[in-house]
Design a protein around this ligand. Structure first.
Ligand code: CO
Length: 210
């Protein structure tokens, strides 16, 4: 009787063998070249795997995930991923993908003390506070949470735009940043149509001079 984690290693062996059967040079090619067009900033939620839900293969998406797909300007991890993907990998699109039914967003909406994670959730609470008038008009808690999921994604897209990293990439080669929301119940991604592709899409006070 094997432990559940051992199943992962067995699966991996079978997968690697299948890949090589299909294409003997599969891993050789992949190892030599990392050339993704996309940076994905998504939620850590196990039900939202970037490659699987977008029908992409290893090598196609550079991925950063955290609780509730946040872009926090003091997060060295996120900033390092952003810099590497924009300046070295030269991705063309950055996608912030939230998901309906997000636990992080739901936690941020209650008034309970969740301990250390309060500090992270506070960033989502800020989004709630900014849109409190709109959100307070939605009586149904689930619908309100799902609207906050959308508003949070939009806010994180704007947070990306506020970084000098994105602004430099805009000036150099016109990258695009997108906001999406994934539905756990139907597997569909909704484009929230908040694409930002140039400095003029951003409030003037956040624009850096050359
Ligand atoms: Co989530």
């Amino acid at each position: 009787m094997s432990d559940s984690y051992q199943k992962l290693l067995e699966n991996n062996k079978a997968w690697a063998e299948w890949r090589v059967r299909d294409n003997p040079n599969y891993f050789k090619h992949l190892a030599e070249l990392q050339n993704p067009e996309f940076l994905w900033i998504g939620c850590s939620d196990s039900r939202v795997p970037a490659n699987e839900i977008t029908g992409t293969e290893p090598g196609e998406i550079f991925v950063h995930r955290n609780i509730a797909n946040m872009v926090v300007h003091t997060d060295l991890n996120m900033l390092s991923v952003l810099q590497y993907s924009l300046e070295v990998l030269q991705v063309k699109h950055v996608i912030v993908c939230g998901h309906y039914g997000c636990g992080g967003v739901r936690y941020a909406m209650d008034n309970k003390d969740h301990g250390m994670v309060n500090k992270w959730l506070c960033n989502i609470k800020e989004v709630y506070a900014k849109h409190a008038t709109e959100l307070s008009q939605i009586a149904d808690q689930e619908k309100r949470a799902n609207r906050l999921v959308e508003l949070n994604v939009m806010e994180q897209v704007r947070n990306l735009a506020k970084t000098s990293l994105v602004q430099k990439a805009w000036k150099k080669r016109g990258i695009k940043i997108h906001g999406w929301a994934y539905g756990l119940e139907n597997g569909r991604i909704t484009d929230l149509n908040v694409m930002m592709g140039e400095i003029n899409d951003l409030d003037p006070v956040f624009r850096f001079e050359d």
